[in-house]
Write a protein that binds this ligand. Structure first.
Ligand code: F6R
Ligand code: MG
Ligand code: MG
Length: 366
């Protein structure tokens, strides 16, 4: 914890769906709010906001305790456990899905929930945008984050704002080798793209402004399926992005989502689909359990208080993206069980391949 700084922690988990994996029962949101309001009263938290994107419970917390604080993580864990109990009592679907262990051991990282945190010295005005997605995976942020912080056709500020003209550093996580690398844009852009174009392996973890190395964005990077060694649900991602004066403008942060790019994770975590930007109320994926959704919560931080959120994709200028996403969804759905709608064999979270191969053994001729 650093004096005068405020920490923004966004922690999420799927602890039970309503109905199926499509949305969240209000009683889970209520339980989370009750517990967080008690912590705000005790002044452990400065502020909080609770919402959901599809079947994922999203906790937005502000406090003075720094990133990766054991007590903050324990609080989030306790809330997920309590909400799991509510989900179990109501026999909601897949209660406790993302909680991989029973006992908390110092950090919530590696235990199933997704985490994105940043400790910052609040600027004179501090607009932040929190992205939350359902029916996809952490690699879904690579393309939009690249566009926001490195593509001059997206972010006019890279060309015309002296404060960001120098560019940004991208910290990339190799989720297979569990190692990170930092690459500078624009000069190492092509190296960066060779990595982050492979969205199943190289994931943008954080972005820093060049010069002062000020944190600009962080994303959740856990992959439940690699962590658990077996399929235990998808790792629907979150990201925090700072905006305006010295960072991309709000409109530059949202602009990539006007193009509903293809992501992994639709239906049984085994299909590609377009990422559709939606309002809070439309974050309820029901067509073929999708298509994948993203919501954007805009806040002004005020000494750690969360002023907001504004529902940033509610704007009618995203109607075209939604229409296009639904057309792409329709087009892909016609491929049924064929790639590229169905994911590559290694990326599928459901497969009958071993059983089928065992049964067909001996019938292959060479
Ligand atoms: C879950 C998801 C869904 C499920 C599907 C089957 O986030 O994407 O498509 O994978 O509804 O769920 P089960 O196997 O739990 O019946
Ligand atoms: Mg679920
Ligand atoms: Mg989900």
């Amino acid at each position: 914890m650093e004096k005068g700084k405020v920490t923004l922690s966004v922690i999420k988990a799927d602890v039970g769906g309503f109905v199926g994996h499509s949305s969240m029962h209000p009683s889970l949101l209520e339980r989370a709010k009750e517990m967080l309001s008690a912590e705000k009263e005790k002044e452990f938290l400065i502020d909080y906001y609770v919402t959901h994107c599809g079947d994922d419970l999203e906790l937005v917390l502000t406090h003075k305790w720094g990133a990766e604080n054991e007590k903050v993580h324990k609080l989030a864990w306790d809330i997920f456990m309590a909400c799991t109990k509510v989900a179990k009592d109501l026999k909601l679907y897949a209660a406790g899905q993302d909680l991989l262990t029973d006992a908390f051991s110092g950090t919530i990282k590696g235990m199933g929930p997704g985490v994105a945190e940043m400790e910052i010295a609040e600027r004179a005005s501090e607009p932040v945008i929190i992205l939350m997605a359902d029916k996809t995976s952490p690699g879904a942020w690579n393309l939009p984050l690249f566009k926001i912080f490195a593509d001059p056709f997206n972010t006019a500020g890279l060309v015309i704002d002296p404060k960001i003209h120098e560019g940004f550093h991208f910290e990339v996580l190799d989720i297979v080798e569990n190692r990170t690398i930092e690459l500078a844009c624009p000069e190492e852009m092509y190296d960066l793209l060779v990595l982050i174009g492979a969205i199943g392996r190289y994931i943008i973890k954080a972005i820093f402004r060049k010069g002062d190395h000020e944190i600009a964005a962080v994303a959740s990077t856990q992959r439940l399926n690699l962590m658990a060694g077996k399929y235990v649900g998808k790792d629907d991602p979150i990201a925090i992005i700072r905006s305006q004066s010295g960072f991309p403008a709000v409109g530059e942060v949202l602009e990539p989502f006007a193009h509903p790019h293809l992501v992994e994770g639709w239906m049984r975590g085994s299909h590609h689909g377009p990422l559709m930007p939606v309002s809070f109320t439309q974050a309820t994926p029901t067509r073929f359990d999708g298509p994948p959704r993203v919501i954007a919560c805009g806040f002004q931080l005020n000494r750690g208080r969360l002023v907001g959120p504004r529902d940033l994709f509610e704007d009618l200028s995203f109607d075209g993206a939604r229409k296009l996403a639904n057309e792409i969804a329709e087009y892909l759905r016609r491929h049924g069980p064929f790639q590229p709608h169905r994911l590559h064999l290694e990326e599928m979270e459901y497969t009958t391949m071993p059983e089928v191969m065992a049964r067909l053994k001996g019938r292959f001729k060479s």
